[in-house]
Design a protein around this ligand. Structure first.
Ligand SMILES: [Zn+2]
Length: 314
């Protein structure tokens, strides 16, 4: 077995460190044959509007002064930005996103009694809500900032340092803009490896350094973490717990070029976590981020759901 071989091979701390470095390099370079990770090479410029200052506290509860859009053509503001009346028309929607129900008094997803983070792909709730998560951080379409403000669409971002900065890790301003609109930011490792190929120490470095980087850049310590490709093992959970991760959200449905794909069944169910990616037109059939998200919102509405804030539930 791959993992037990790795364990037997551990002769010394120095050797482990060397192995980690090699593994990280290999993982960063290896183009894993998955649709989850598409480095952006189309040269789309970042919005660069943000300066990395922290936005509203993402760990807190949803401020109830931030209603959703139903009947919400009232010019109310979110994150200091006015929502223009009827702005949802601009994004091809025939109605605004319905306001989510009041968040539960106690978050239904809690760490395991052992202290390890809970791993969930669907939040236990009867509310007709789903959760939108967007991963990696390669594409930085400025139009998404307008859309997020117009639709008051809450989503959670899981950023990999290598994806955000193309290796420099210094391009977080765009995501700070999205955070100011009330969207939360969490970690997705430094270089997006398959964590199950790494020993504990390397996993901990990948997970915890990125959680720290997010905390530094956004001013709020992330409590959620998503492993690349959804791949994790026992060491992943121990490593994540060691740096404050309370929950590991996976997903039940994924937004792809052809539309929403379900891990089982053919429709959304209450509490489903939906995965999308910061991708450019080159990676999704010529469609922009806002094209894809508008299609996702329309499908969520068509099935009678609205979008709630993941951090209110875990
Ligand atoms: Zn990813």
């Amino acid at each position: 077995m791959r993992r037990s071989r790795a364990v037997r091979r551990r002769p010394s701390a120095a050797a482990i460190a060397a192995a980690c470095l090699l593994a990280l390099t290999a993982c960063a370079d290896a183009a894993r044959p998955t649709e989850e990770w598409f480095p952006e090479t189309t040269g789309e410029s970042a919005a660069g509007a943000g300066d990395g200052k922290p936005g509203a506290g993402q760990g807190g509860r949803t401020p109830r002064a931030l209603p959703g859009g139903a009947g919400g053509d009232d010019g109310a503001t979110q994150g200091g930005r006015a929502a223009a009346p009827g702005a949802y028309h601009r994004w091809g929607l025939d109605r605004p996103l319905a306001p989510p129900p009041e968040p539960p008094a106690a978050r239904p997803v809690r760490p395991e009694p052992s202290g390890l983070p809970a791993v969930v792909d669907r939040v236990p709730t009867r509310d007709k809500v789903v959760f939108v998560t967007i991963d990696d951080g390669v594409n930085k379409d400025p139009a998404l900032i307008d859309m997020a403000a117009d639709l008051r669409l809450p989503f959670s971002m899981f950023l990999a340092d290598s994806a955000v900065g193309g290796g420099t890790g210094e391009d977080y301003g765009y995501f700070a803009e999205l955070q100011r609109l009330g969207n939360s930011v969490h970690g997705h490792t430094l270089t997006h490896p398959d964590l199950t190929s790494l020993p504990y120490a390397a996993q901990r470095r990948q997970i915890c350094r990125q959680q720290e980087r997010v905390a530094d850049r956004f001013g709020v310590r992330p409590t959620l973490f998503r492993p690349p490709y959804g791949e994790y093992d026992a060491a992943t959970l121990r490593a994540a717990a060691s740096c404050g991760v309370r929950a590991v959200p996976l997903w039940r449905a994924e937004m792809k070029a052809g539309g929403l794909e379900y891990r089982e069944g053919d429709r959304l169910r209450p509490g489903d976590i939906v995965l999308a990616h910061f991708r450019g037109p080159g990676q999704q059939g010529g469609r922009t981020m806002t094209d894809v998200l508008a299609e996702l919102v329309r499908e969520i509405q068509r099935q009678g759901y609205t979008v709630a804030r993941l951090e209110d539930y875990m």
